[in-house]
Design a protein around this ligand. Sequence first.
Ligand code: MN
Length: 332
Amino acid sequence: MENNSFEEIWNKLKEFKKAIITLHSGPDGDSLGSCTAMKYVLEKYFNYEVTLISHDNLSETLKSLDLSKEVEFGKDILDFDLNNFDILIALDTGNAKRLGKNKKEINLPEDLFVINIDHHKTNEVYGNLNYVSSESSSTCSILVDLFQKVELDFDSELSKRLLLGICTDTGFFKTVRAISNVKKTFEQSVFLINHGANYVEDILMPIGINLPWKMKKYRALLINNAKINKEKRYCYSVLSSKDIKELNLNLAEVREGVQELQDIKNIDLIWTLAEIDNYIKGSFRCKSEVDVSKIAKELGGGGHKRAAAFILEDMSLEDAEKKVINTVEKFI
Ligand SMILES: [Mn+2]
């Protein structure tokens, strides 16, 4: 399906006044960066009234940013009467069921206008206007393109918010996913720094090199629990709900773990399985040409070619482990 143009999206945004925006489930830096950047622009240029919510908490690290104070936590979009809003802006959310709380089903009111901007390859194109670019490093990167296209004046606050998403979604310029777009990722970062974002003070010090001890322990546990198949070049690690409760990790923090395994020599494909209350969250990363969004899709999830995720329900951790190995081996 064709994308709508940036002009169409921008002109549509001008028509409205009252928006609801939610971070996606288990929100990350790109979700926080893109949602707060969009809020900032709508308020500053179009006098919008923006309700910005997140059902799930951020990681301890992201929560410590001042930016997080703009978000009302613990609220889902379905806790609101959506008829009270002109527009829902979905950012960094490939599937409408991941808007806010992870849901089994979602039926949005038919007269609620939806704009969907995202970089997940498996985006289900559920908006009235859609812009999906799986080549982009992050949703923040797409917003840089959009705001440049309409010749917006980038100030330091906007630049900082957008740089947050680019840095975190590329794992600080390390994620293999960004290789197709390395030059653009760096160019956009320099552009944002030239427009007032302070990489060291705003991003690197508070997030890049500021991990809570529990996150380091989580990473150590992932390594200790890891199983490696040298011949098939994959590695995975499984965490029980007991492990996760002992470390006091929320969903956003659990989602950050998989990157710990992605730099192992002679391993192409990695995944983690984490038991969270009544479901199992799985995350893939890949360095080879295997498209993990396809594997995740077969397991009921989705994502990017080199980074994808899924949820398994009504299954023991042991059964989930077998099911994922069987599915992976069909693709490699
Ligand atoms: Mn993203």
